[in-house]
Design a protein around this ligand. Structure first.
Ligand SMILES: Cc1ncc(COP(=O)(O)O)c(C=O)c1O
Length: 506
């Protein structure tokens, strides 16, 4: 169904789909010359001629080709788009490794407070004492949770935190005159790990997993030599299992003066229960935007603070805030690797995280982790008959199941299952990661989902497995989703021919 827009300022009439109609045009396609968003009457205030204040060398010759739309059309366009999206506010989002959990609205309220939202990052230290207290307090809580001694909040997200941590590792070895060339990474690691290692100038060396989905300690021993700068580990690892041999691994790496890097993108399973510092780790990054109340996945800025043990604090990016005798001050660490972000980082995320930590308190945060683990194990058990877990052990906050049997029996793959879930009102889990599991479905329900939601998600997954059993049903699953605004897209083509810009001259 379409409606024809009545153009108040002339221009072409544009066909606009109503809810549920065809594809939504871009805002540029809705544009008509002369149409304006505001309708303020002439008020006698003279317009400033740009040429009178800006050097002509910097002035555009042609006006910028911005879309010209009415306020009504602007609001309707973006509102229609929001109705076509799935989000954490709509329902379960069991995307493994991503911790897409519901973020309490309290965090939005805090982030919107005038003192938080309206502070200029270049304001003098004396004028931002409150903000510095926010940063120092959230740092103290994070250090307590991770068992570390000092932290930087500058990195904008997890991957940048990894790079920052590895640059700290490199600075440490250079300072000690160590000749190091490689960093070990388990084969189940997140893709950003080897990318960060390569960017930091080291060679990434893969450590195989054993049949239980854990680091193969014997294989690790064979790889450890004097050139190993360190190891990057995710614990719980990306198949959702706790690395039981962590003390042994830490000893082997420390023996060659290597450092242990903890990829704590996802702290959801361990807050208040276990600490990377107590496991022997030296550097930890954590994603505030996963564990602590900031929406992500295209939803907002992230924050990937990096916490380190005492002997590495001298290499942290600076300047960073510390508690002083009176109030708060900035310090520059002695052998700092330099800046990795402008100002203090994505500050609003710190305020959101602090509000979440304060609202839950220590006991509440520990309960968060316990419920996240309970929910994952409950869901794993509900679907095990149809989607067997890749590894039998009790999982942490997430688990990896496989659709391998389903594929053999019916030709229906993990991708088809994921797409069919969209038609049933759920976001898809992560699929085909980690690479070591065939037809992987990586599921992380998070602590924010109720038992009813988990039952409904399991029922949907089981229903899909049932439909796959007859040939016609399997055919339909290959075509899923049927009920979403966009049907099955050619993902290989979409990845290879990314079109992310609009050329106004077309
Ligand atoms: C285990 C792990 N490490 C690192 C990252 C990278 O974090 P970011 O997406 O914030 O850069 C992720 C993100 O999904 C992750 O799951």
């Amino acid at each position: 169904m379409t409606q024809t827009q009545i153009s108040a300022a002339g221009g072409k009439a544009t066909s606009i789909p109503m809810m549920g109609g065809g594809p939504e045009p871009t805002i540029f396609e809705l544009s008509a010359p002369g149409r304006r968003c505001g309708s303020l009457r002439e008020n006698g205030v003279p317009m400033v001629d740009p040429a009178s204040v800006i050097d002509s060398a910097y002035l555009r010759e042609e006006p910028l080709a911005l879309p010209e739309v009415s306020e009504r059309d602007l609001v309707a366009h973006f509102t229609r788009l929001t109705h076509r999206q799935y989000s954490v506010d709509l329902g379960s989002y069991p995307l493994g490794s991503c911790t897409m959990k519901y973020n309490p609205k309290l965090a939005d309220t805090v982030a919107g407070l005038a003192g938080i939202a309206n502070t200029h990052p270049l304001a003098p230290v004396s004028a931002i004492q409150g903000w510095l207290e926010v940063i120092c307090t959230v740092e103290e809580y994070l250090l307590e949770m991770t068992g570390m001694d000092a932290a930087t909040f500058a990195p904008a997200a997890g991957a940048q935190g990894e790079l920052t941590g590895l640059l700290i590792m490199r600075a440490y070895h250079r300072h000690r005159g160590n000749h190091k060339t490689k960093v070990l990474i388990p084969d189940s690691a997140h893709g950003t790990n080897p990318a960060s290692v390569t960017l930091s100038g080291y060679e990434a060396v893969t450590v195989p997993s054993n049949a239980r989905g854990l680091v193969d300690v014997e294989a690790l021993r064979g790889l450890v030599d004097g050139e190993v700068a360190g190891i990057m580990l995710t614990n719980p690892n990306t198949v959702g299992l706790f690395e039981e041999d962590i003390a042994e691994i830490a000893a082997a790496i420390h023996e060659v003066d290597g450092l242990l890097y903890y990829d704590g993108a996802n702290l959801n399973a361990i807050v208040g229960v276990a600490r990377p510092g107590d496991m022997g780790f030296d550097i930890v990054h954590s994603n505030l935007h996963k564990t602590f109340a900031t929406p992500h996945g295209g939803g907002g800025p992230g924050s990937g603070p990096v916490a380190v043990v005492e002997r590495l604090a001298q290499f942290l990016p600076g300047p960073y805030p510390v508690r002083a005798e009176k109030g708060f001050d900035l310090i520059q660490p002695e052998r700092s690797i330099g800046r990795v972000h402008s100002h203090f980082g994505n500050a609003v995320v710190f305020a959101r995280a602090l509000s979440f930590m304060l609202a839950l308190g220590g006991d509440g945060l520990a309960l968060m982790s316990r419920v996240a683990v309970l929910n994952a194990n409950y869901l794993k058990a509900l679907i095990a008959e149809h989607y067997p877990p890749a590894y039998e052990a009790t999982c942490m906050h997430e688990f990896v199941a496989t659709a391998s049997n389903l594929k053999k029996a019916s030709g229906v793959r993990a991708l088809d299952v994921a797409k069919a879930l969209l038609d049933r009102g759920f976001h898809a889990p992560t699929v085909y990661f980690p690479l070591i599991v065939d037809e992987a479905l990586m599921i992380e329900p998070t602590e924010t989902e109720s038992r009813q939601t988990l039952d409904a998600l399991a029922a949907a997954l089981i229903e899909i497995a049932g439909i796959a059993q007859d040939g016609e049903g399997a055919e339909r699953l290959h075509e899923a989703p049927e009920l979403t605004p966009a049907s099955r897209v050619d993902e290989a083509r979409a990845a290879r021919h990314l079109v992310t810009t609009w050329d106004a001259r077309d």
